[in-house]
Design a protein around this ligand. Structure first.
Ligand code: LLP
Length: 417
């Protein structure tokens, strides 16, 4: 049985009916299944098997402390991209020695803090960043563990906004200049070269681009070894896709099986940074129909969730399934599901076949990744509540924002004199 399933005419999260969650916590609310996150994490850990390495969950996909803590309890590592994400991992009980620090714009302050707590490594994205890291490390007397993020110039064949491994993207060091950057890092007494990484994009549904990137990285690793620069690990980033609609991404075991085979008997630890494939289908967004509005062109259902809660449809024209929590609800028609925000782009789904009345409870599926974490207060809307379900238990892992939360830190100005 899947973690979100129909039982007794209604949709449930594990052993809790979603109608109950809506009643208790209100809407819009993100609902997560603990079981799902655990299963997905374990799929990676099991596929890694006895090969030394780390599964570093990409915190940006869903950075709720409840989610991070359950992963920390399973021994997960974490991929972070900011000082804020680092502090979240620490608060959730994550082990800093299992943290890889990615991102193109690390500040000196963020580097200092990461050195202080002892992260596994910095995934360095440019020679300018290498210079900054070296001087921060020198200042603190530490030796910074470094992996260089190389841009292997492969086409991930995914949405252009989430494709990152092409020459034209801002990410990483071009693979042709990587050797020079490695020499430079290896010559520094304040840097310790430990690995190489790449991340070619997100929502990949085939293995070939991952394996192309891997082959290019392995060539680089061999070239570096000839110069006496020996790497301990290879980090292939995240990117494995999920099923939103008809996609059929390869299972984790196929992916890691193919990677391990290519690595052969090289003494290289394997690091991965999965986000979406652990989180996306572990969450849904619960929302209620406020109004129905029929025009000559369309039937609109105005719901209480909006683009500020889930930006993916507006930003990437992403398709995520929207289902009725209690489907036996009268005549099915075609509806555009839209939010209350003052933007034409504020839609959650178009032309969805549903039976709707004012008050109908809907669930937008596959929203556990890049859902809440990309939400905002646009239109001064409070960010949604987040509830984690564990069997028959529910945990409010984030209370709905209050007005006081929203205006904290703001102030009025005195009258002009
Ligand atoms: N590692 C790095 C360096 C990344 O930049 C990312 C995602 C990941 C790992 C995790 O990738 P995943 O396994 O989740 O594909 N907001 C977009 C996705 C942006 C992904 C950014 N980087 C969306 O909603 O589709």
């Amino acid at each position: 049985m899947s973690d979100f399933h129909y039982r007794d005419g209604g949709l449930w999260a594990e052993d809790v009916p979603l109608t109950q969650i809506a009643e208790q916590f209100g809407t819009p609310t993100y609902v997560y299944s603990r079981e799902y996150f655990e299963t997905q994490y374990r799929a990676y850990a099991d596929a890694l098997g006895d090969h030394p390495g780390l599964i570093c969950y990409a915190v940006k996909a869903n950075s709720n402390l409840g989610i991070l803590s359950l992963l920390a309890q399973l021994g997960a590592g974490f991929d972070i991209v900011s000082g804020g994400e680092l502090e979240r991992v620490l608060m959730a009980g994550g082990d800093p020695a299992r943290v890889v620090f990615s991102g193109v714009g690390k500040t000196a302050q963020e580097m200092r803090r990461a050195l202080e707590v002892g992260v596994h490594c910095f995934n360095v994205e440019s020679t300018a960043e290498l210079d900054r890291l070296e001087s921060v490390a020198a200042e603190t007397g530490a030796r910074a563990p470094v992996s260089l993020r190389v841009n292997p110039d492969v086409d991930a064949r995914t949405h252009p906004y989430i494709s990152t491994g092409l020459k034209e993207n801002k990410f990483g060091i071009a693979i042709d200049s990587a050797v020079y950057a490695y020499r430079r890092a290896a010559a520094s007494g304040h840097l310790e070269v430990v690995g190489v990484d790449c991340h070619i994009g997100s929502q990949l549904t085939e293995l070939a681009p991952f394996l192309d990137a891997l082959d290019r990285l392995l060539l680089l690793i061999d070239q570096l070894a000839e110069e006496g620069i020996r790497l301990k690990h290879i980090d292939l980033g995240g990117g494995l896709g999920v099923r939103y609609r008809g996609e059929e991404p390869p299972p984790v075991s196929d992916y890691l099986g193919a990677v391990r085979e290519r690595l052969g008997d090289r003494k290289l630890e394997l690091v991965l940074e999965p986000g979406r494939s652990i989180a996306a289908n572990g969450g849904l967004l619960l929302t209620r129909v406020e109004y129905l509005k029929r025009t000559e062109e369309h039937n609109f259902a105005i719901v209480d969730a909006a683009m500020n809660d889930n930006l993916r449809p507006a930003l990437y024209q992403a398709w995520q399934d929207i289902v009725a929590v209690e489907p036996d609800n009268g005549e099915v028609e075609s509806w555009d599901i839209v939010g209350p925000v003052c933007e034409t782009g504020d839609f959650l789904g178009k032309r969805r076949e549903l039976a709707l009345q004012p008050g109908t409870l809907l669930a937008m599926l596959s929203t556990g990744a890049y859902g809440f974490s990309m939400s905002s207060n646009y239109n001064s809307r409070p960010r949604a509540a987040e509830v984690l379900v564990d069997g028959e238990r529910t945990y409010l892992v984030r209370a709905r924002e209050s007005l006081a939360d929203q205006v904290r830190g703001e102030s009025r100005v005195p009258e002009k004199n």
